[in-house]
Design a protein around this ligand. Sequence first.
Ligand SMILES: Cc1cc2nc3c(=O)[nH]c(=O)nc-3n(C[C@H](O)[C@H](O)[C@H](O)COP(=O)(O)OP(=O)(O)OC[C@H]3O[C@@H](n4cnc5c(N)ncnc54)[C@H](O)[C@@H]3O)c2cc1C
Length: 396
Amino acid sequence: MDLEFTPEERAFRDEVRRFIQDNLPASLAEKTRRNIHLDKADIVAWHRILHARGWSAPNWPKQYGGPGWTPVQRYIFDEECAAADAPPLSPFGVSMVGPVIYTFGSEAQKQKYLPRILNMEDWWCQGYSEPGSGSDLASLRTRAESDGDHYVVNGHKIWTTQAHFANMMFCLVRTDPHAKPQEGISFLLIDMTTPGITVRPIISIDEGHGVNEVFLDNVRVPKQNLIGQEGKGWTYAKFLLGNERTTIAEVATSKQRLKRLKEIARAERAFGAPLLDEPAFRDKVAAIEIDLLALEYTNLRVLAAESAGKALGPEVSMLKIRGSEIQQGITELACEALGYYAAPYERRPDGSNQPPVGPDYAQGRMEAFLYNRATTIYGGSNEIQRNIIAKMVLGL
Ligand SMILES: Cc1cc2nc3c(=O)[nH]c(=O)nc-3n(C[C@H](O)[C@H](O)[C@H](O)COP(=O)(O)OP(=O)(O)OC[C@H]3O[C@@H](n4cnc5c(N)ncnc54)[C@H](O)[C@@H]3O)c2cc1C
């Protein structure tokens, strides 16, 4: 594997960096840097700026309106975005359902939905998990019964991220209750404005509203919204989860957060000197930096294999486990470095004129710590990823 960037890749990095410098609104970068809650308009605004440059779907081939980048170019793009504090793109359209639609969807579905993902006319959410069906997803019970040229959907989805922003949901439903669990599942695209859908917020430990329950009560969905074949939804769902887990490694975001952690530890003092010079704390920062570097190289190895045309396998689970643990570790150390300044945790509305408690760099750190408890759960919990490695790699 060649880990040196080529001259073309270095030129590409410069091009991306310049574009972000010229086009990322300072207010959005500031919000991201301070971990202030980003609303729908913020994320749509940045998405559309990238769309105007043809970069809103970094992972898509040219044929469908993406930039046709190599995995290495995508990696460089992610790094530059994170380093400039660009808001994260919503993954549900671009990274998740978009590739499912262009790989398995009908021509009509491609024509209809792909342009609307590219310009973010549609905001998608993911309706997989149900109460009692998370890790054991194949046990899901949301039922879709055939009624002429429609399905009638009844069920209850949970942990549906950004369902309150979404006008579309890709949803796993049971179309055949008599088939083996995996074989009776289908993949439906559901318009969230259809009568019978109720979205109820779940407030998480960071006091934020990111996740929801979605109730489906006799929701009529046209059969033309079925992806691929009826009963083959599990195949499409697994394809999508593979993509989700590679993005979950979040190397670029962790690098930026590590940089911020060091800034905090340089500013905070212990025994009259910067905390970063205190040997015990310095050891902890060094250990996590080494872990992150190792993850970065593992990620680059996976990208090199992908560039060489290899299909991704259980190594994706490895990225997910280490990536999520490192994210948690860094946010935990930031709170440790802040000491009591991390404690007066305030969810500050945008535009608040109240002075924050503690230094500027303390803002948003506790929220990040609390929310990041979820990284080892979503996208398939780390225990489940370990099971996959045990089975597929170790042959246990
Ligand atoms: C912040 C957040 C956002 C999310 N967003 C979405 C979303 O947008 N759409 C969506 O569909 N879902 C979403 N999820 C749901 C997520 O995918 C599930 O929470 C996850 O798959 C775990 O399922 P569960 O919560 O039902 O826990 P359970 O499956 O009940 O697991 C409970 C515990 O038991 C462990 N466990 C379960 N089975 C095994 C086993 N066989 N071996 C070893 N350990 C096991 C798990 O690791 C976990 O620790 C989100 C979750 C969170 C926290």
